[in-house]
Ligand binder design. Structure first.
Ligand SMILES: C[S@@+](CC[C@H](N)C(=O)[O-])C[C@H]1O[C@@H](n2cnc3c(N)ncnc32)[C@H](O)[C@@H]1O
Length: 274
């Protein structure tokens, strides 16, 4: 087993969690965030206590409200014990299907939210969501789950499987909102799978509690270069920022030779993806 990414951490890169790392046979360190067993054990230990990775809904709300209409059929990928879905229901969202690889977690969430019909919980691996039919969701949100896969075995394969499944499930024009610690050099190559055609807008949000001075509005999308990188010289104020990739599934552009170029050309002319 090998780890191909920095360790996942709750609110940035400030901590390396106890119990998430172990040494492999070669003396290297590996992280277990890609393994169902790790998450089951963690949720048992935490007893289902709510925990939102990276950002709470209040901070993400302006982006979610802008790109995800409340009437959407929404897929929450790797929901964990986050309050995000509950907060979204309180904010008017009507149908959120939450999936997670941890059966322990799903049982806990089903009990917790038995009286909230807007929320459904299903145990599922994001790499194989064959229980859902093609083009059956308007939107999908991932906060921290692709990051988990990037810490597991065969990370690029897992990431590709996840992105292809999300693309399959979204209706044309649907939106995949990816909230991650991964900057474009680490995430755009995984988003741009050959058969996908995303129109991508990128936003960068400092971690909660960051005290630095903002040089730009977080609501302004950050342009990407042709090769899918941050512009030359662009350095986020907070080095532990979170990245929000708003990926719109563009109809009729699958199978093109250079999806990334196409995506970025479209993005250049607009401030968002609406
Ligand atoms: C970093 S946590 C994020 C939880 C939640 N989205 C949040 O924002 O707080 C990652 C979640 O992804 C789930 N997960 C990991 N691998 C998964 C997979 N292959 N399929 C579905 N869920 C997975 C874990 O069980 C965990 O709940």
């Amino acid at each position: 087993m090998s780890s191909s990414s920095a360790p996942l951490s709750p609110r940035g890169a400030e901590e390396d969690e106890e119990g998430a790392a172990r040494t492999d046979g070669n003396g290297g360190t590996v992280f277990c965030y890609g393994e169902a067993g790790y998450w089951d054990a963690r949720y048992v230990e935490e007893g289902g206590a709510p925990y939102d990775w990276y950002q709470r809904y209040a901070a993400l709300r302006p982006f979610v409200r802008r790109f995800v209409p409340p009437a959407s059929r929404l897929l929450m990928i790797g929901c964990g014990s986050a309050l995000m879905s509950e907060d979204m229901v309180a904010d008017g969202y009507r149908e959120i299907i939450n999936i997670d690889i941890s059966s322990v977690l799903i049982e806990m969430m089903r009990k917790k939210y038995f009286d909230l019909p807007q929320l459904q919980y299903m145990q599922m691996d994001v790499r194989d969501m064959s229980k859902f039919s093609d083009e059956s969701f308007d939107c999908a949100i991932d906060k921290g789950t692709l990051d988990s896969l990037m810490c597991g075995v065969e990370a690029p394969l897992s990431a590709a499987q996840m992105v292809l499944e999300v693309d399959r499930l979204l209706k044309p024009g649907g939106v995949f909102m990816l909230i991650t610690y991964g900057d474009p050099s680490a995430r755009i190559p995984h988003l741009n799978q050959p058969v996908c055609s995303w129109k991508i807008a990128l936003y960068i949000l400092p971690r909660p509690g960051f005290k630095g001075k903002a040089r730009r509005s977080v609501f302004d999308p950050v342009p990407l270069t042709e090769s899918g990188r941050l512009p030359d010289g662009f350095i986020p104020e907070d080095p532990d920022s979170h990245y929000i990739y708003v990926c719109k599934k563009v109809q009729g552009l699958t199978g093109i030779d250079s999806p990334i170029k196409n995506n970025l050309e479209m993005q250049d002319s607009e401030s968002g993806v609406e």
